[in-house]
Design a protein around this ligand. Structure first.
Ligand SMILES: *Cc1c(COP(=O)(O)O)cnc(C)c1O
Length: 357
């Protein structure tokens, strides 16, 4: 398939790197492609960034048949642009699509489309330490119809947003709040898919946590309300004794690419990494007998997010001295060094943007 390119007539002013924040600025162009059962995926095109006009009955607005991905492009010191494991994001997008009854994309073609879009928008990749260009591929159901079934037509698009450093004032631990009243996903549900409704479902408990002075919710499993699943929209790790434990993928946990990178890196450092069920009681017990050394989240946005405090059933514990542990700090800097091209890439995670013909 040939990608049609229509350039914007006027280009936007670029914001200052210091004022980027997250997710409020968008670049000049976007990628679009449509699906219908006769033509399959067709009309791939790069066009000026702009609104999508849709009928009020458009299915995605009513039944939430929407999936997305999140990855970043990083600028190296020499001005080159790196993508981090983009094939894994596209594979996961197709997995999410499968669970939401959406047609699969050709992953190789979409990677080529993304690289073409990035080549046009490369001046939008900010260069200040810790900043990046966030990439949001999305698929939405587009039939104008309000009966409940899966849509026959879809729109796939990619938008790009320059984002600031996640920790502009230093690498800072978060306080998390455990709930046994709300769950994010259940057995047999769509927790493993990056689908819109999962995030809508997480808002209420997150507001309660924030009202109580905590940043994020630690989600327990939706069946027994016992085993830890995730924190906010990050995966979670516990260093207990010299074992690094992360909840095993059970189909209600999102299979994070940062999670997988943490597992592979720490294994290569001969750390004993275990994927298994871990209950909130085990974590409190480990804290009680002095074995809980570190807790941290992992995800594309923050890379590593150290946890300083946990509150469960009214009882708050402090992890270590409440500061950043050495393993979290090393993972944070080593992963960033790979992403920003400052260190070797032993796992071949980086796809560099090479200039297009
Ligand atoms: C995206 C996401 C993650 C982290 O995945 P990464 O690939 O590491 O960015 C973890 N949990 C949830 C619920 C997510 O949506």
């Amino acid at each position: 398939m040939k990608i049609t390119i229509k350039k914007a007539e006027t280009l936007k002013n670029h914001p200052e790197d210091s004022g980027l924040g997250f997710g409020t600025f968008f670049t000049d162009h976007m990628f679009n492609m449509d699906y219908d059962p006769e033509k399959g995926w067709h009309n791939p095109r790069i066009e000026p960034y702009g609104p999508i006009e849709m009928d009020p009955s458009t299915m995605v607005l009513h039944y939430g048949q929407a999936i997305f991905e999140g990855l970043k492009a990083y600028k190296t010191e020499s001005g080159k642009i790196n993508l981090f494991r983009p094939q894994d994001n596209l594979k996961r997008l197709n997995n999410s699509g499968h669970m939401l009854c959406m047609p699969a994309l050709d992953e190789e073609f979409v990677l080529e489309a993304l690289l073409t879009l990035l080549d046009i928008e490369k001046d939008w990749v900010p260069g200040t330490a810790g900043t990046s260009l966030y990439i949001r591929p999305t698929i939405i159901a587009t039939d104008p119809y309000i009966g409940l079934r899966s849509s026959n037509t879809y729109r796939f698009f990619i938008i790009l947003s320059p984002v600031g450093a996640y920790y502009p004032e230093g690498f800072d631990p978060v306080k998390i709040w455990v709930t046994t009243e709300y769950v994010r996903a259940v057995r047999g549900g769509v927790g493993e898919a990056k689908t819109a409704g999962n995030y809508a479902a997480s808002l209420f408990a997150t507001e309660l946590a924030q009202k109580d002075g905590y940043t994020q919710v630690m989600w327990l499993d939706g069946v027994e309300l016992k085993y830890v699943e995730e924190v906010g929209s990050m995966n979670i790790f516990f260093l207990i004794g010299d074992e690094l434990i992360t909840p095993e993928l059970n189909r209600s946990i999102l299979s994070g690419i940062t999670r997988d990178s943490v597992i592979k890196l720490t294994k290569s450092w001969d750390i004993n990494v275990v994927e298994r069920k871990i209950s909130i009681d085990e974590i409190y017990d480990a804290h009680g007998n002095g074995k809980l050394k570190e807790v941290f989240g992992s995800g594309t946005a923050a890379v590593i997010s150290p946890v300083g405090n946990i509150k469960f059933k009214g009882k708050e514990i402090t992890i270590g001295d409440g500061g950043v542990g050495p393993l979290a700090a090393k993972l944070f800097s080593d992963l960033m060094d790979i992403q920003y091209g400052k260190a070797d890439d032993p796992f071949n995670w980086i796809i560099p943007l090479s200039p297009m013909k």
